[in-house]
Design a protein around this ligand. Structure first.
Ligand code: SF4
Ligand SMILES: [Zn+2]
Ligand SMILES: [Zn+2]
Length: 304
């Protein structure tokens, strides 16, 4: 197969685009897809200060790299969850990546806020991933708000987004279907959330990291019980194999035709948010879930 752009020998086949690219043209394609997504959904501009959520995995590091090459004003934030060797390894990948490339990196350690994930896991009754996700979202948002960032960018890719959309659709979960997308607008102490890699697949971000020599973590978190939405991703992968281009059509079609209808329904039934009495960040109850988890964890530590 020949490269679509320069006609040299193609190294990376992209069946969903009925094409392939040589390494150099693939990097150009990747960066163009990110730029296209940013412009199409007005995710942010060169005036914005963007905080990139860096987990140490391929998607978040690829995101930081490509946004910096597109000359956006970016800084990284890594949240150290305190999960033993797993968290140490993740932090190592992020620190290496940022120091080699001269990127600004901030680190928040949840243990310093009374929320080391193993301690939290020992006291909560809900699945740890939903609590951990809430803690991470809280600190990404809080750090961004308190430090003047105008957007928080995460490395969710097309496979993540399609699998989540598929799961939300199976449940007809109108609240999530009304807000899922590459941009969640900011409001009050909620900083805008954006997903600039939403047009690129997992395969493509892995290929980008390989070509850019980005070393990233591959081991799953010991609490993950397997990657999220694995079954849904496999199913969507089979459909994509039979109908190349299906994933991006499914997702873009939803953004165009589905989400507006659900968003209108959600606005009608939305609960008003108040400020958490402890941390001052938006909360559905008097004290937010993160502060309640911190109190429960402290009480559990004393009882041990
Ligand atoms: S797998 Fe679950 S516990 Fe581990 S980092 Fe992810 S959300 Fe947190
Ligand atoms: Zn080429
Ligand atoms: Zn709170």
């Amino acid at each position: 197969m020949k490269c679509k752009r320069c006609k040299a020998l193609a190294a990376i086949a992209l069946p969903s685009h009925h094409t392939g690219f040589c390494p150099e043209c693939f990097l150009k394609y990747f960066s163009d897809q990110v730029a296209r997504g940013i412009h199409k959904h007005k995710l942010f501009s060169h005036e914005d200060r963007i905080l990139v959520a860096l987990s140490g995995g391929k998607d978040s590091l690829a995101l930081m790299q490509v946004l910096s090459e597109l000359e956006y004003d970016v800084a990284g934030l890594h949240i150290d969850l305190g999960i033993g060797e797993s968290s140490e390894a993740a932090r190592g990948f992020v620190e290496n990546f940022c120091s080699k490339r001269g990127f600004t990196l901030h680190i928040v350690r949840t243990a310093e806020h009374g929320l080391a994930i193993p301690d939290v896991k020992a006291v909560v009754k809900r699945p740890i991933c939903s609590v951990c996700g809430k803690i991470k979202r809280h600190y990404f948002n809080r750090f961004a708000h308190e430090n003047g960032f105008t957007a928080v960018a995460t490395g969710h890719n097309l496979d993540d987004e399609c699998a989540r959309l598929f799961a939300n659709t199976l449940r007809w979960d109108s609240r999530y279907l009304g807000s899922q997308g590459p941009a969640l607008p900011g409001e009050g102490k909620f900083v805008r959330k954006v997903k600039p890699l939403y047009r690129l697949t997992e395969f493509e971000t892995a290929a980008y990291c390989f070509l850019k020599k980005v070393e990233h973590g591959k081991a799953p978190c010991p609490y993950s019980g397997g990657a999220s939405f694995t079954g849904h991703k496999r199913l969507m992968g089979d459909l994509e194999h039979k109908s190349p281009g299906m994933k991006i059509q499914f997702y873009e079609g939803f953004l165009r035709d589905g989400r507006p209808a659900f968003a209108a329904a959600c606005r009608e039934g939305a609960d008003a948010l108040m400020e958490c009495a402890k941390c001052g960040f938006p909360s559905a109850a008097e004290v937010c879930g993160v502060c309640r988890t911190r109190d429960m964890t402290a009480a559990g530590m004393i009882g041990r």
